[in-house]
Design a protein around this ligand. Structure first.
Ligand SMILES: Nc1ncnc2c1ncn2[C@@H]1O[C@H](COP(=O)(O)OP(=O)(O)OP(=O)(O)O)[C@@H](O)[C@H]1O
Ligand SMILES: [Mg+2]
Length: 265
């Protein structure tokens, strides 16, 4: 107990949100994720890092069953959210995705107005009682995504008419509008300028007070800035998982060290 660091003590007190056990993912016969075991904690930002093609997005998509939408994709093993198997037949993937929201690398706004993009989730899940409440959720979600000031006078314009970085922030607003318990973000800042990136990182830090966030990033600096836990993937394996500081200052596996020092990837 006494030789535990503060972070270790905090982590021990934090609940496990997702527990993945012996997860395998196949695309046809190609084995993309191999034997992954990981605990993703509540009220924590977890970063997934690793070279291109190592399976970060594939594994992230397992966590809200987005892989269900890919015909040739097969997921094996157990993924528990708050102790419940998310692949159980009685789980409705649409409900699951309201709880476990996702932001993709490429912004994908609906062909609807800015307002309706954000209002969509709360509407279909019946989260608000009237127009005033819905307006409030739309505004607070757009504020959280650092977009409100730029769009407040044109909420009826199409979301697809925004710039790439604005579209990405719109998608973040759409994802937070349902108050998800977990937010999955796949390289959410790759289309953003440094100012918007800093705003999104600030949002991630705020979300951590109440939620669990998993972020895939190619930026080591970003992983170090926003996350408390880091998972390093390589060729479909989860090579190393631990405290972000430990992973970046004292990696245990030579493959992690090569990656963070820029020798692979
Ligand atoms: N829809 C798909 N169909 C077939 N194979 C796929 C599909 N999506 C990914 N793969 C394969 O699975 C492996 C892991 O891909 P994935 O997209 O998860 O990697 P990644 O770590 O997210 O890479 P990047 O950093 O480039 O985004 C790769 O070999 C990829 O070609
Ligand atoms: Mg990816």
């Amino acid at each position: 107990m006494n030789d535990m660091t503060l972070t270790e003590r905090a982590l021990e007190a934090t609940e496990i949100k997702f527990a993945a056990r012996d997860v395998q993912v196949y695309y046809g016969t190609s084995h993309a994720i191999k034997d992954v075991n990981i605990d993703i904690l509540d009220k924590t930002v977890t970063a997934f890092i690793g070279p291109s093609g190592c399976g970060k997005s594939t594994f992230l998509r397992c966590l809200n069953r987005m892989n269900d939408t890919i015909d040739i994709c097969r997921v094996e093993g157990d993924i528990l959210l708050d102790g419940e198997d998310i692949y159980d037949k009685k789980v409705d993937p649409v409900q699951l995705r309201a709880k476990v929201g996702m932001v993709f690398q490429k912004p994908n706004p609906f062909p609807k107005s800015i307002y309706d993009n954000v209002a969509y989730g709360p509407k279909i899940h019946g989260l608000t009682r009237n127009k005033a409440e819905l307006d409030e959720v739309v505004e607070s979600s757009l504020r959280k995504a650092a977009l409100w000031n730029e769009v407040k006078d044109r909420l009826d314009s199409p979301g697809t008419g925004l710039s790439g970085g604005q579209q990405q922030r719109l998608c973040i607003a759409r994802a937070v509008a349902t108050s998800p318990e977990v937010l999955l973000m796949d390289e959410p800042c790759s289309a953003l300028d440094p100012i918007a990136t800093a705003q999104v990182e600030e949002l991630i830090d705020e979300l951590r007070e109440n939620f669990s966030v998993v972020i895939v990033t190619h930026s080591m600096q970003q992983a170090a800035r926003v996350s408390q836990r880091t998972a390093f993937f390589h060729l479909g394996n989860l090579v190393e998982f631990g405290d972000t500081t430990q992973i970046f200052t004292n990696p245990k596996d030579p493959r992690t060290e090569s990656y963070i020092t820029g020798r692979i990837g």
